[in-house]
Design a binder for this molecule. Structure first.
Ligand code: OMP
Length: 291
């Protein structure tokens, strides 16, 4: 299973840290801008400083697409470098893709087969039927947005969805009983109980919403273990967005003491000392994981 790649790396180096290679050209230090491939050179520098603490690397395609064909080339060069030099580190393309099924085939080919990523972030809005080209790839991970980290996440995600409880409706005759739950909860249930039949799904749960994370972890525990192990969450929002690490670890760990990929991008890569920042966050996570 593809999740084993992440778990093995996390156990081997005792880390749940994901370093976000969000190499925003405007923000990378001037010295890299004189190179022919500035984002690639910057990424190599960050990878070599931080890999000993990194269970995963995540690249947000926006920062590469912004530079057109140059950026895409450097995204590919960075992936080639990671695959050659650090093949045991889990890699995530953060592109929040999803379209109708036939179009998704193109994204599957570019992300998994051309670029070689282990995982991609996906928007669930089009539904399981459309996302099948991703979900059918047992050798790759589909990371579905559930509760995002941004302040306005609730605009849609908090909308209450009504469910008719058919059994009770039958018992009470013409008096139907309705239950309502927020959309993020419906997504968590669907993905963990239905979409994850190939055991290759994860959920995005922002560090800025630890109470929701607690509920989402509880939902993943309702799934029988022979059908699915407790899902892993990609957790952005630590560092620059001010998420609460202690609460994330307390509320988000699964029963194996794993189940979290804790990302920090700007807080590490644009700090004065990226190695020291990665080490610090890695150690803070270790500290929080201690029983
Ligand atoms: P920093 O805030 O610099 O640590 O970066 C966070 C990274 O995670 C960026 O690449 C975001 O696009 C991404 N992200 C979020 O910040 N919030 C989310 O809810 C989801 C993601 C993501 O899918 O990774």
């Amino acid at each position: 299973m593809i999740i084993d790649k992440y778990n093995q790396r996390a156990k081997k180096i005792n880390s749940l840290l994901c370093v976000g290679l969000d190499a925003d050209y405007e923000k990378i230090p001037e010295k890299f801008k004189s190179f022919e491939f500035p984002q690639y050179e910057f990424n190599k520098y960050i990878i070599e400083l931080t890999h000993e603490f990194a269970a995963a690397f995540k690249m947000n395609s926006a920062f590469y697409e912004a530079r057109g064909d140059k950026g895409l080339r450097e995204l590919k060069m960075t992936m080639d470098y990671l695959i050659k030099n650090h093949p045991d580190i889990f890699t995530i393309l953060d592109a929040k893709r999803a379209d109708i099924g036939n179009t998704n085939n193109g994204y599957v080919k570019s992300t998994f087969d051309w670029l070689g990523f282990d995982a991609i972030t996906l928007n669930p809005y089009l539904g399981q039927e459309a996302l099948m080209p991703f979900l059918e790839r047992k050798d790759k991970c589909s990371i579905v947005l559930c509760r995002t980290s941004n302040p306005g996440a609730g605009e849609f995600q908090d909308l209450k969805i009504q469910h008719r409880l058919l059994d009770l409706a039958n018992i009470f005759g013409s008096w139907p009983v309705f239950l309502s739950k927020p959309l993020w909860q419906v997504v968590a249930e669907k993905v963990s109980k239905v979409w994850n039949k190939n055991k290759n799904c994860m959920l995005v749960v922002g560090a800025t919403y630890p109470e929701e994370m607690k509920k989402i972890r509880a939902i993943t525990r309702e799934v029988p273990r022979d059908i699915s192990r407790e899902m892993t969450f990609l957790v952005p929002g630590i560092g620059a967005q001010g998420g609460d690490l202690e609460a994330v670890v307390k509320n988000g760990l699964n029963s194996e003491g794993l189940g979290l990929i804790i990302n920090s991008s700007r807080g590490i890569i644009f700090s004065d000392d990226p190695k020291a920042e990665a080490k610090k966050l890695c150690e803070e996570i270790r500290q929080c994981r201690k029983p």
